[in-house]
Design a protein around this ligand. Structure first.
Ligand SMILES: [Zn+2]
Length: 601
């Protein structure tokens, strides 16, 4: 027991090759060594525990190695390497600026800089947490950095690059270390466990990796902790108890309740979770991640974004099959919505409960929405529409029955609906559907959707996907080359279109008020506040898009319209305002409103 070494130290990499999760960076360093292009100062920046100091040490060892390998790694056998590995090399000096940040500390280091190395070619000075140096220490260090002796190399490491003064920054070659991926951490933990004779469950290591948040040192330290806690058997149960993580079992139970639309069950499960001492915010983000995981498990291509053991993956995959894409998109959006509002909410428990209720209602909506024509909408759904993040891909490729999923039928059935004015609105605007339906829009959308879902989570595009799903593809229409354009150019064209509008004041207002934002090379998004704004843009999308496509010489331009989050209240107000304005232009609307007993705002 007396020679127990923590895993982070015991399994500290000794060659560039064995550094986990920083491949691009170590390759660049190796190439610099191979090409003999060494700088006098390097800045290694990045989160804690991702290998900055480790890489600095390997770098120092490698450039001093007397017999480097053909792969430009240290040989680990020559005199210099052995001295490094036994931590008795004089060619490396480390200063932890977090605890030694005074001018005297840096001076004693600088005093040694002039002495050339006895063995090897370089003396390497590693200053950890360099942003912690006092200003006077910084200044006296700067002088050395300006005229370093030929044999001196400085490696400055920091977790807070923005605190490094520009005069230092400009003298350094900067290397940004990234967080290590969950997959890489799990793999390394598996390797360590094997060496240590520890049995593990894949899900358990996955939880440890998640908790470590991209830092290998933290991951290994949690690993050690769990080994001593469990006596060498790292099980999922042991890990979640040790780390106070909510069992995914609860998320599965919640999902089941939500999928059956059972508000009662889901509230009871929530109560159980809260009684176990978990915070609301934690539960919300847990649910969001759970739905996200289900989403990536639906697709063979994205399932790799979910690096867990086969058994649990199977379970996710099985549950995912029971969820429609649109359900998952909306569910994530609702959870995200709740997450954003949670902090400012006074009744936090109610926020979480409300989220569950809304999630349960999604199932109802899903069930009713499957039919060809919806006969009735419950008032609560109307409410929900307004506050969800909703988006529609407005592209001329929309087939009539889809674009027609507007409240025409609903309005008659549902006199309380705020959306009743739509049919009137559409009257003067016949080109709702393309005269010659061009499948180009929907096709390109569909193609893009593949890549969007590949990113795992993209709340904003769900309706686009839903809309494009049933559109039959036209194999003959293939999109050809297109010219790239900037957001400014897009905005200019957008404004030009709005500027040309004389009759359609409401559309003009909408277009002036909301600006398009590029979300990929050819797709732009407009975030609007109300369902009505969305409707204006959708109804006119054919004309808007053909104008933009012509102006910007790009036939693939696609518009996505999204209703901003949390606009339930604002929507009601603006609907009233817009309705008033509409009745001014079209008095028959008022009659319609009176007849159906419309209640706006
Ligand atoms: Zn060597």
């Amino acid at each position: 027991m007396d020679n127990y070494i923590v895993s982070a130290r015991k399994y500290r990499p000794t060659t560039f090759h064995s550094v986990v999760g920083q491949k691009a960076l170590t390759t660049t360093l190796k190439n610099a060594i191979a090409g003999n292009k060494l700088a006098h100062a390097y800045l290694f920046s990045g989160p804690r525990g991702v290998g900055k100091t480790t890489c600095a040490r390997i770098f120092a060892k490698t450039i001093n190695c007397l017999n480097p390998t053909s792969g430009h790694e240290a040989c680990n056998t020559c005199e210099s390497c052995v001295a490094f590995n036994e931590q008795r090399s004089y060619n490396i000096l480390e200063l932890d600026a977090a605890s030694n940040n005074g001018v005297d500390d840096i001076r004693s280091l600088i005093d040694q800089v002039r002495i050339p190395p006895q063995i090897g070619r370089y003396k390497v000075y590693i200053i950890d947490e360099v942003h912690m140096l006092s200003p006077s220490a910084f200044n006296s260090f700067l002088k050395t950095l300006e005229e370093p002796p030929i044999h001196a190399i400085f490696i400055l490491a920091t977790t807070e690059k923005h605190k490094i003064i520009p005069t230092i920054l400009s003298r350094c070659q900067v290397y940004d270390f990234s967080r290590i991926s969950i997959g890489d951490i799990v793999e390394h933990l598996q390797h360590v466990a094997q060496q240590e004779g520890v049995t593990t469950e894949a899900e358990a290591l996955n939880i440890i990796a998640q908790k470590a948040d991209g830092g290998m040192r933290d991951a290994l330290s949690i690993f050690d902790q769990t080994v001593s806690y469990t006596g060498g058997k790292i099980t999922y149960q042991a890990v979640i108890e040790n780390l106070n993580v909510l069992d995914y079992e609860y998320y599965f139970k919640l999902t089941d309740a939500i999928l059956t639309g059972s508000v009662t069950d889901s509230l009871l499960i929530l109560n159980d979770i809260l009684n176990r001492g978990f915070e609301g915010q934690y539960i919300i983000s847990g649910i969001a991640s759970h739905f996200r995981d289900l989403l990536v498990c639906r697709d063979a291509e994205t399932i790799q974004l979910f690096p867990v053991g086969a058994t649990i993956r199977e379970r996710y995959s099985e549950t995912a099959k029971r969820c429609s894409l649109s359900f998952l998109y909306e569910a994530i959006a609702i959870a995200n919505d709740c997450d954003l509002n949670y902090r400012i909410s006074k009744n936090k428990r109610l926020m979480v409960e409300l989220m569950l209720i809304r999630l349960c209602q999604l199932t109802e909506k899903d069930a009713t929405g499957k039919g060809e024509k919806k006969k009735s909408l419950k008032p609560i759904e109307v409410q929900e529409r307004s506050s969800d993040i909703r988006q529609t891909a407005a592209s001329p490729g929309l087939p009539p029955q889809q674009a027609a999923e507007t409240p025409l039928g609903n309005a008659a059935e549902n006199p309380m609906s705020e959306e009743t004015p739509h049919p009137e609105l559409k009257e003067p605007d016949p080109p709702l559907y393309p005269a010659t339906p061009s499948p180009t829009g929907s096709r390109s959308q569909k193609k893009r959707m593949g890549s969007v879902s590949g990113m795992g989570i993209s709340i904003s595009s769900f309706t686009a996907n839903k809309a494009s799903e049933p559109v039959p593809e036209d194999p003959e229409k293939e999109i050809t080359g297109s010219q790239l354009f900037s957001e400014e150019e897009l905005l200019a064209a957008w404004n030009a279109y709005a500027g040309n509008l004389t009759e359609e004041k409401l559309l003009k207002n909408t277009m002036t008020l909301y600006r398009p934002k590029m979300i990929s090379d050819v797709v732009f998004e407009v975030e609007v506040n109300t369902e009505l704004n969305r409707q204006y843009l959708t109804d006119n999308s054919l004309s808007i898009l053909s104008f933009l496509r012509e102006q910007l010489s790009n036939s693939e331009i696609t518009m996505m319209i999204r209703i901003a989050e949390g606009n339930a209240i604002r929507k009601a107000l603006t609907s009233r305002e817009i309705f008033d304005e509409m009745t001014k232009q079209n008095p028959s609307l008022q009659k319609l409103s009176d007849e159906f007993g419309l209640e706006l705002g």
